[in-house]
Design a protein around this ligand. Structure first.
Ligand SMILES: C[S@@+](CC[C@H](N)C(=O)[O-])C[C@H]1O[C@@H](n2cnc3c(N)ncnc32)[C@H](O)[C@@H]1O
Length: 334
């Protein structure tokens, strides 16, 4: 199994303005590339609270925490990042100097057939970041009706052939339940494939859509952004790396809304709202340069956005997700 090459590493560290003695939260530990670099840049006494929903990633974080250079400076927690404000407070890590979210799945997950993320590897149709809770993709694929399936594929995969694929899935599962990645990929290929030389596999968008639905990714992202604003101290930095337009749009809008210095309707001649923005946008979107794109194809779809926490009070947490940040329901698509 290969490792995971961290994307936009330099720009992330710059965006976070990592400094010695700082307190950071990495909400997506994965293979630990970003965490390790933050710890190195924050040496000798900077700390990282590292979260991941995947127990396998948390085990890697615990191993890293045992390395002499990081002993006492890295705490690993098995948690969904939607609960990051509560987790940070419970570990006495607030106010934070920086929060990093590097969204999506790691190469470890993609390359492990049993996790069910890859249509190119035969495995159970799972796709949960945290396979100890929630609903696997096979349940959605075998239980939802045609309309519900088409909605997921269209909304989260921007799949223009969502109806045709949904109908093919329902017809196929009437013959036998669809329980593996290979079986689902074959159904989609038979329904809409056939373009030789197409740059992407016909199941690419459907697999992305199901993964987003299974993990309720857009709802937990909203909650994490709110949590970051609550947990950051004045001047603290928020850095988010998104891999598709749905999540990047959420990050972009969130930063724009929380940075707005006036929330009056456009027809108001003068500002009367006295908006107190909790964030200040830092620069524009950052994409990988040519060299990184060549060396790491994953970086081609990555967009980094950065914001700084102001001194103004944080708005109330209105995206708190589930009783303990649990992403188990997986029903945000309804
Ligand atoms: C792209 S990888 C992070 C890679 C990491 N920055 C590195 O350098 O190795 C994303 C990680 O975030 C985790 N993840 C995704 N959604 C999550 C969530 N809602 N809460 C916690 N972890 C999540 C995944 O399990 C995965 O390990």
């Amino acid at each position: 199994m290969s490792g995971h090459a961290p994307v936009l590493l330099g720009p992330s560290l710059e965006g976070l303005r990592v400094m010695a003695g700082g307190r950071y939260l990495d909400g997506t530990f994965g293979g630990g590339g970003h965490t390790r670099a933050i710890l190195d840049a924050a040496a000798p006494d900077g700390t990282v609270l590292a979260l991941d929903a995947d127990p396998a990633a948390v085990a890697r974080a615990e191993t890293l925490a045992g390395e002499p250079a990081y002993r006492g400076r890295l705490t690993a927690v098995h948690a969904n990042f939607s609960a990051l404000a509560d987790v940070a407070a419970a570990h006495g890590a607030t106010p934070l100097d920086g929060v990093l979210l590097d969204l999506g799945m790691s190469s470890f997950q993609l390359d492990t057939a049993e996790r069910g993320f890859a249509f190119r590897l035969e495995g159970p149709l799972d796709m949960r970041f945290d396979s100890s809770r929630g609903t696997p993709a096979a349940t959605l694929v075998n239980d939802l009706d045609t309309d519900e399936l088409a909605t997921i594929l269209f909304r989260y995969g921007d799949e223009s052939r969502s109806r045709r694929i949904a109908r093919a899935i329902v017809a196929a599962r009437d013959r036998a339940p669809i329980t593996t990645t290979g079986a689902l990929a074959a159904v989609i290929d038979a329904a809409v494939g056939g373009r030789r030389g197409a740059p992407t596999h016909p199941a690419t968008r459907s697999f992305q859509a199901l993964r987003i639905a299974v993990n309720d990714e857009l709802a937990v992202l909203h909650a994490a952004l709110d949590g970051a604003v609550a947990a950051l101290g004045p001047g603290g930095r928020l850095a988010v790396i998104a891999f598709h337009s749905l999540e990047d749009r959420i990050v972009k809008r969130f930063i724009a809304e929380r940075s707005a210095t006036c929330l009056c309707p456009p027809e108001m001649p003068v500002c009367t709202c006295d908006a107190q923005p909790a964030l200040r946008k830092v620069g524009g979107s950052i994409r990988a340069g040519e060299a990184e794109r060549l060396a790491n194809p994953r970086s081609r779809s990555a967009t980094l956005r950065v914001a700084a926490r102001t001194e103004n009070p944080a708005p109330a947490l209105d995206h708190r997700y589930g009783p303990d940040g649990d992403a188990g329901a997986g029903e945000g698509w309804r």
